[in-house]
Design a protein around this ligand. Structure first.
Ligand code: CIR
Length: 262
């Protein structure tokens, strides 16, 4: 495999802690169960490792209930990394918790200092970086990201996360250099023109937040028609229970930062 958009040597994850019950959520559908979440998290980490990647497993930070959702704190690219500035006030401090690990792995580290942007709103494809404006990501944050990554050769395109959807990637994932898995509602916005788009099955919108990690697509369990679509298109799928993270609007992408420094 030589395609940098889905070839990863490393991932960073962080264990959930007891404070997970205080994690942010749009709607209260019950408190996450830490024991179950730890089991699911271990399955997730083992699946990443099984692809041959090194997983940097960070200890939980009890002071930050949402810290398990590491994706929102940084954007890892080939030439460097950018520390984010989360739009959720309770999550701002998570960036400082991640900074040392990012600096240990990247020589060139830049930082968003204006506005807000969360990693969950960023989809990196082979040709561009799509950033969805959302309740967590604003125009100022998008503009600063654009200026920070332009000399690394990246083009940033501002798009829009559908109303009521937490992050852009809540509704889509990159499956390979040209293929995106998306909900119909997000694809209908026209943001994926020029890409091949597979739709998640009707009623399985939650399954849009998957990750392609080396030869494997990690998919939340319980969405059999979408898993079948992926398998029918030749992807190797591993289904991971996501019942507890889902109570906090989290999914497969949120649980790791992924990069390639092989
Ligand atoms: C939050 O509301 O910020 C967390 N409870 C969930 C974050 C999910 N992160 C992601 O989609 N990248």
């Amino acid at each position: 495999m030589s395609n940098p958009t889905f070839e990863f040597s490393h991932a960073i994850t962080r264990r959930p802690t007891a404070s997970i019950i205080d994690g942010l959520r749009a709607e209260d559908i019950g408190s996450p169960d830490l024991e179950q979440m730890l089991k699911d998290h271990a399955h997730y980490v083992a699946t990443l490792k099984a692809t041959g990647a090194k997983v940097i497993e960070l200890d939980g930070v009890d002071a930050f209930p949402d810290a398990v959702f590491v994706e929102d704190t940084a954007l890892c690219l080939t030439k460097g990394a950018v520390l984010m500035r989360p739009g959720a006030a309770t999550r701002l401090g998570e960036v400082a918790q991640m900074e040392a690990t990012i600096r240990a792995n990247f020589e060139d580290v830049r930082q968003i200092t204006k506005g807000h942007i969360e990693g969950g709103d960023i989809l990196v494809t082979e040709r561009e970086i799509l950033v969805g404006r959302s309740d967590r990501t604003d125009a100022e944050g998008v503009e600063e990201l654009r200026s920070l990554v332009s000399d690394w050769g990246h083009t940033v395109r501002e798009v829009f996360t559908p109303p009521g959807v937490l992050h852009f990637k809540t509704d889509c994932s990159l499956l390979d250099g040209e293929t995106i898995l998306s909900t119909k509602r997000l694809d209908a916005s026209g943001c994926f023109e020029g890409y091949r788009v597979l739709h998640v099955a009707e009623g399985e919108e939650v399954a849009a937040n998957t990750i392609r990690f080396n030869d494997t697509v990690l998919c939340p369990a319980g969405f059999p028609r979408t898993a079948e679509t992926l398998r029918a298109h030749g992807y190797k799928v591993v289904e991971i229970n996501n019942s507890e993270c889902a109570k906090l609007d989290g999914g497969m992408s949120c649980l790791s930062l992924r990069f390639n420094i092989r």
